[in-house]
Design a protein around this ligand. Structure first.
Ligand SMILES: O=C[C@H](O)COP(=O)(O)O
Length: 248
């Protein structure tokens, strides 16, 4: 794929540990829409292969992968396995995995290298906790995570960055527009400093994005889309978010 010159818009849905076979009807509904921008759904591993068959133009991704190609890692999945199942993307470094599985910037970076070697596009997540925000540390934290989690092999074609304040995930709370703008401007600045195509990386905001607040968030400079959890589970909720992004 030719290197992009400007960021692509992406509406990404992370189903987390939700979804039995019946949930594929939501994917059918999304696939039948005229979406007007890139759409990605990351279902649980059990639905990956059937999801690919239901996805149409919608991209399908995993929610994590191991850094190793194969081996004795019970319960894990490799980047090559995701690719083999039909996935094009993988979410890495989500705060729920950083917290529940002790993932570090270094482990996220190693997974990202493995994912890129397997031909996957990574969606690398970062964001501050509420305590870090209250301490005025947001920009320092996101800069550290960006530098540590994103590998040197990253390009605008194989890497998406998702800013997800931990305290905004699933809470109904969001940062102010100015706070989102400040973080995204800093992410862009740091990407441009480090990568020759840094201006073209897609930057997502995630954390309590809903149909009611999506348009305002998508109007913020350097916000090129969203990583959506709860509101991605139903096409009736995710559809209007996709439309808001397509219009932005
Ligand atoms: O990966 C998605 C994020 O954790 C956001 O989740 P949420 O939209 O339910 O707040």
């Amino acid at each position: 794929m030719a290197a992009p010159h400007s960021p692509r818009k992406l509406a990404a849905g992370n189903w987390k540990m939700n979804g039995l076979t019946a949930a594929l009807s939501e994917l059918d509904a999304l696939a039948a829409r005229d979406n007007g921008c890139d759409v990605l759904i990351c279902p649980p591993f059990t639905l990956l292969t059937p999801a690919v068959a239901h996805a149409g133009e919608i991209a399908i991704g995993g929610q994590d992968c191991h850094a190793a190609e194969s081996g004795a890692h019970t319960g894990d999945i490799s980047a090559a396995m995701l690719k083999d199942a039909g996935a094009s993307h993988v979410i890495l470094g989500h705060s729920e995995r950083r917290a529940d599985h002790a993932e570090t910037d270094a482990s996220v970076r190693a997974k990202a290298v493995a994912a890129h070697e397997a031909g996957l596009i990574t969606v690398i997540c970062l964001g501050e906790t509420e305590a870090e925000r209250d301490a005025g540390d947001t920009l320092r934290v996101i800069e550290t995570q960006l530098a540590g989690s994103v590998p040197d092999c990253a390009t605008a074609s194989n890497t998406v960055i998702a800013y997800e304040p931990v305290w905004a995930i699933g809470t109904g709370r969001t940062p102010t527009n100015d706070e989102i703008a400040q973080v995204h401007a800093r992410l862009r600045e740091k990407l441009v400093e480090r990568f020759s195509d840094g201006a073209a990386f897609t930057l997502l905001y995630g954390g309590s994005v809903k149909p009611g607040n999506a348009s305002v968030i998508f109007d913020i400079e350097h916000v090129n889309g969203a990583l959506v959890g709860g509101a991605s589970l139903k096409a009736a909720d995710f559809g209007p978010i996709i439309d808001a992004l397509a219009r932005a």
